[in-house]
Design a protein around this ligand. Structure first.
Ligand code: PEP
Ligand code: MN
Length: 350
């Protein structure tokens, strides 16, 4: 349960002393974030783009930390970066999506974290591989680092979408199931890629009980050297945060609690019925597999599969269940059925 909502904001990258100071000062006045973020070293997909100002920007961040009593945070991609932060008294960093995908780099970073009170935010890897995300978090936890948190920044979209990265909300939900005490924040800026969608993604994150937001902001976004389309001004950020609806994770209201448990009991029964029915269905699939092999007939029967899809989609009421969702379920069941029949063919064909 989220008891301590965290706001992290600041520019995508540190560009100049004037830029970080102006942004930090406006943010501090209007939003008072928990952390001021700014990328010192920027991992760019292609060489030639702005790669950050490097170590000289650490002095500016250190001064911001002191002058505004505002904790600062930046991205690290190597053990050298962590050592640099320690020299400038910066006690928080995040690991970016590209670095998390490399367990060697993550372990090297963990190995130089001598201060166990350091605060670490682990972003998800670019590709939807929850094991890599889990593994990176475990490396920090196993090293005894106490303040380890996660940031969900969306995943590479294999198909064209209006978003820069697709949220795949089921993945951070699974991460929360694996680490019930882990604080998970959302980075709507890198999911959206455009200021227009930041508010709705932030609201969705709150409704899914995420415990904070990392949002890029810049005092003059149009001049930003990286990610300019997704940076809000501090004033826009303030207005956006004020428009969000924060909801409780639980309610003490008795009638709510009773209705919820009544409905949940019904859902429990349906889930067990679904499992029973699937088990029954797979027994029949196995029977067909045995029939097919004994008559030397192929597993895939395209006409049958086409008629299953057509008849089930026609049968379902699209107001109650979306065609896309139903098709996905049918495809999963069909894939599992083929796999079972493959196994039967493998055994009997030996
Ligand atoms: C960033 O936060 O600026 C950044 C580069 O993020 P990500 O690693 O999520 O792409
Ligand atoms: Mn960025």
């Amino acid at each position: 349960m989220c008891t301590d909502f965290t706001i992290i904001s600041g520019p995508c990258s540190v560009e100049s002393e004037e830029q970080v100071y102006n942004t930090a000062s406006e943010l501090n006045r209007l939003v008072k974030p928990d952390y001021f973020r700014a990328g010192i070293w920027k991992p760019r997909t292609r060489p030639g783009s702005f790669e950050g100002v490097g170590t000289k920007g650490l002095e500016w961040l250190q001064n911001i930390q002191k002058d505004y009593n505002l904790k600062v945070i930046t991205e690290v991609g190597s053990s050298e970066h962590v050592k640099e932060l320690q020299k400038y008294n910066i006690n928080a960093f995040w690991i970016g999506a590209r670095t998390v995908a490399n367990p060697f780099s993550v372990q090297e970073i963990v190995n130089v974290c001598e201060d166990k009170d350091i605060t670490v935010f682990v972003k998800n890897p670019i590709h939807p591989d929850i094991e890599l995300w889990t593994g990176a978090i475990e490396r920090f936890l196993h090293a005894g680092i106490k303040n380890v948190h996660a940031i969900h920044r969306g995943f590479y979209p294999y198909e064209k979408t209006h978003l820069r990265n697709i949220p795949r909300w089921e993945i951070p939900i699974e991460l929360a199931r694996r680490f019930p005490d882990l604080k998970i924040l959302c980075d709507p800026s890198h999911i959206a890629g455009k200021v227009d969608y930041i508010s709705e993604i932030s609201q969705k994150a709150i409704d899914l009980n995420m415990c904070g937001l990392m949002i890029e902001s810049h005092y003059k976004p149009t001049t930003a050297l990286s990610d300019k389309n997704q940076q809000l001004t501090p004033m826009e950020l303030k207005n956006m945060i004020e428009s969000l609806k924060f909801r409780a994770n639980v309610s003490g209201d008795n009638s709510y609690k009773n209705s919820l448990s009544d409905i949940r009991e019904k859902i429990d029964v349906i889930d067990y019925q679904l499992i029973d029915m699937l088990e029954h269905r797979f027994k029949l699939v196995d029977e067909i597999g045995n029939l097919k092999i004994s008559h030397n007939v192929t597993i895939l029967q395209l006409e049958r599969w086409k008629s299953i899809v057509e008849s089930r989609l026609n049968y379902a009421n699209p107001d109650n269940i979306s065609r896309d969702f139903l098709l996905k379920i049918l495809q999963m069941i069909h894939k599992e059925s083929i796999q079972r029949q493959n196994e039967i063919f493998g055994k009997k064909g030996e």
